[in-house]
Structures are given as C-alpha cells and as structure tokens.
Ligand binder design. Structure first.
Ligand code: GRF
Length: 199
C-alpha cells in the first residue's frame, strides 16, 4: 500500500480532503505522516485530531539544503513513497526532488502554465481571464512546472473577488487532488516527456 507523506504550511483543506478520501476508500493509500514548516498551521492540529502522525519541522532561519535534508529524513523514517504538497509554501531543492523521483505531487490554484507562484487567483483576476481552475502536477526543480496529471476548470464571473474565485477553485482542488493521487498510487499512468498519459 502506498505510504503518503503530506507537507503543508497552513489551513490544510486539501490535506483534509485527502484524509477524507483515504478514509472513504477513494484513495488506495495511507497517510503515514503530516509535516508542517510552521507550528501554527491549522493543518497540523487537524492531523493530530485525526490520529495521524503530525510533525512540525520549523524552517525559519535554516539554510534550504539543510532544511530539505531534515524533511527528507523525516519522510524516509516513515517509509513515505508518495509526497503530496498541500499548501506547502516552499520551493523544494533539487536534492529533495531527486530523493523522490516522480513521486512528489503539488496542487496549484490556476491552469498552469498560467499564473505560477503566489496569489494565482489574484493574478487570474487582474489578467482578466474568463476561465481559471487548478492543476495537480509532478514536482520538479522549477516552480509550479512539472508534468501535469489533472486539471479542472471553473468560470471567472464579472462579480468575482479573489475570495469568491478562490472558493470556486478550492472545490475543484479537493476533487482532483484525490483523483490524481489515486491515479499515481495505483500506477495507472505513464510519463512521456511532459505528458502524463492516464489509463
Ligand atoms: C491551495 O489553494 C493550493 O492550491 C495552494 O495553496 C492553497 C492551500 O490551501 N497550493 P489549503 O491549505 O489546502 O487549504
């Protein structure tokens, strides 16, 4: 059974959705550890409330390479073979990425390659796009750039604010992150160049 490690920095709603999907049998895997780089992340508390192993590894003031090595060590300690970034607000070092080749997923609240980085929903609104959405992708050393597993679209409405657009996208995030993890956990895909072919 695939052993998932979750990395988060904040609210943790994607983590919650994944945990619900695991509990409901929609994902054939187990969550073996939840790691946050911030002690005040709400996601850490909800992981504990679910009886999951929850670890805080503070990143503040630490060299990136040193920090990432400590996270990799913690993931290895728990036998993690699929890393899911769920609002983890850090760019991974190459060493980290190479420690889990094609076994790190991320969710991003835009239709990549549009609007990578922070405040993707704000970027979408100010650019004036009529459609946005979210992307689950494999993580490489570039920001929000690896091969795409799944995407979902949502309309951008004239009356939208960052909050209303974010909320509409978040519903789809929770849905496709579960689907993408199940695809990867069950091995029903192959990667050809940048393309992730499903089935
Ligand atoms: C989500 O919008 C996700 O796409 C982005 O960060 C946010 C995390 O939200 N990477 P949550 O902590 O999962 O609620």
């Amino acid at each position: 059974m695939t052993k998932i490690g979750i990395l988060l920095s904040g609210r943790g709603s994607n983590f919650e959705a994944i945990a619900e999907s695991v509990a409901a049998g929609r994902i054939d895997a187990g969550i073996v550890v939840v790691i946050s780089n911030r002690a005040d992340a709400a996601g850490l508390e909800s992981a504990r409330a679910r009886g999951l192993k929850a670890v805080c590894l503070p990143s503040k003031g630490l060299d990136r390479a040193v920090y990432d090595r400590s996270v990799v060590a913690e993931l290895r300690k728990h036998g993690v073979d699929l890393v899911c970034l769920a609002g983890f607000l850090r760019l991974l070092t190459g060493e980290f990425v190479r420690a889990f080749p094609e076994r790190i997923l991320n969710i991003h609240p835009s239709l990549l390659p549009a609007f990578p980085g922070l405040d993707a929903q704000h970027q979408a609104l100010t650019h004036g796009v009529k459609v946005s959405g979210c992307t689950v992708h494999f993580v490489d050393e570039q920001l929000d750039a690896g091969p795409i597993v799944l995407q979902a679209t949502v309309p951008v409405l004239d009356e939208d604010t960052v909050e209303s657009l974010s909320a509409r996208i978040l519903v789809e995030e929770h849905r496709i992150y579960t689907e993408a993890i199940q695809v990867v956990a069950t091995g029903k895909y192959r990667i050809e160049g940048r393309r992730v072919l499903l089935g």
